[in-house]
Design a protein around this ligand. Sequence first.
Ligand code: NOJ
Ligand code: CA
Length: 706
Amino acid sequence: MKHIFNSTAFILLVFIGFSCTKPNKGTLSSPNGTIKLNFYLTSQGQAAFKVYYNNKMILDESTLGVSLYEEPDLMEGFRITKTEYRNMDETWEMPWGEQRYVQNHFQEMKVLLTEKDNLKRTYAVVFRLFDDGLGFRYEFPQQPHMADLKIAEENTLLQLTEDYTCWWIPGDWDIYEHLFNKSRFTEIDALSKRDHPNLAQTYIPFNAVNTPFTMRSDNGTHLSFHEAALLNYSGLTYEIIPDKLQLRSILVGSERTPYKVSVATPFHTPWRSIQIADKAADLISSRLIVNLNEPNVLGDVSWVKPTKYIGIWWEMHLDKSTWDYSGTQDMSASQGARPHGKHGATTTNTKRYIDFAADNNIGAVLVEGWNTGWENWIGTDKREGIFDFVTPYPDYDLQEVVDHANSKGVRMIMHHETSSAITTYEQQMDTAYALMEHLGIDMVKTGYVGTILPKGEYHHGQFMVNHYHRVIQKAAEKGVMVNSHEPIMATGLRRTYPNDVSREGLRGQEFNAWASDGGNPPSHLPTIAFTRMLAGPIDYTPGIFNIKLKPYKKDNQVNTTLAQQLALYVVIYSPLQMAADLPEYYEGHPAFQFIRDVGVDWEQSLVLNGEVGEYVTIARQERTTGNWFVGSITNEQTRELTIKTDFLDPNTTYKVTLYADGNDAHWDKNPLSYTISHPIVSSDTEIKLNLASGGGAAISFIRETE
Ligand code: NOJ
Ligand code: CA
């Protein structure tokens, strides 16, 4: 298969709008007709709809409405006053991404509802049907009796028609760092999965799940529930009502207000999205979430540049070195604390990393623990005022480091661990981002460890959604890309703000270094690819070669083979990819060549196969070079997969290198067993991949001159 489009940007825009008024219902089809929706009012005058896929009902009567604080609810007693239809077919260009061109093709229906009695208040429901799923949202026009809205709860109720097999994490208003569970919908018991080590989260007392929430029917239809364009609103969780096959929205709350969202009209909610696919692989190819977001508002974003990076990071997670300088609680460096000698972020160590990056086709270096405050950053409520994000420890010369990086053509990544002391971070932001501008640093990794201060706020509530948004905007003003840890979940805002490049929002590699529950099992990433990854790019930090973590950790290890660590650069999408291990484990290692070679920005991506939680194979073509890379990963199950290489250009010759599990490889018993070979392939051949238990394969196809 060749490029879908040639290099001249091809932008097609068809935009037809018309409106009509119907008494009490409306129907809508996706462009190719596979998805259909009926909208109507119940006998109580409540908005309701049903959804059909390939003429089979997949959502039975599902109802809409919101409860307001100290005002009558917007639920029943409505009539339809207007129905408008619109369709869109455009192709837009991603400044960076899984592919260059994205088709945004949908049919839209907007139904305006007005109260029959009472205050004659109005709201609208807008549906967009794509061929790969749908989105709907509530819109609240400005009106006399609704100048502002205090939403106590959104009452979106979705009615499934069968008992799906589901992959879920418990509803949690602070963190997504959970292992996925697999069960039938009727057996989801999130309350029993709340006892989790290492986390500072607050659990909600509901049998609820976080999104993306992926499920498969017995006949193979896959659904994934999430949200898009989350701005100025609280995050969404779904309560599971197992015996009724229902999902009911529960917005993330705040202990500081008796309502969950406070906004002024006109206002619209984020999109509630449902991706629909015949096969699991198509969920990953779906661009529904970004399509439901507004176009780029930043203009020229050529300064947003995807890159690989290394960092002074894993060595702290391994306890080889520390973030802090003195280890003396309540004494900062400026108060004269004496260094304990294990501090990781020293000028000398950073230069070593910079040199290594420059020698190995790695564009950037992250340094954590560079700024004062790490002696007292965690575990108490006295976190405000600890970090200022501008004062380095005495053994770290910021200017010298930046000068050295510049001389080597390497970019530095700033680190802002806020410790969730939000007031401090907001107060310091101007100064902190001005420092970055002054130094010419164009990337920041932010972090939000711990419960939120002010107390009573949650990571995923409206207060924090607005904070994360302000950070993206401030960073954009200063030409800075943001990679956020302990973030709000991605909802496709990277389309609107292309500097919103990556985030954590899952149990990352770090858990393998210190989790007391054995780390991330081999099924973790084959599940993540079909769940969390549907939301957007992931800073998973792959590439650990010292799988057993010796001599640093006795009781922890990475639960994959080495070949799988390579495959993750292709499978787990991010425009920032860390080579997370210590440079000494890469030096002289033949398999490191794959990390040197692999791209981070893609012309196109093809999901070649996959089943949720089991295995997945993805091929991606690099934008700048036209080189192809393939990654394939499996869970505990060994697997033989055959992939066609018909994506290669028949008129080009490629140097092909296959990094595979050795015959005796096994994630636990023999993770370092791997082979490197150079199979002869062309666009009409196949490659057989033998994946070990917890294993993987990575292939590079480097173009040779034609
Ligand atoms: C948790 C983040 O996920 C990790 O990457 C970081 O090193 C620590 N917090 C310290 O900020
Ligand atoms: Ca984390």
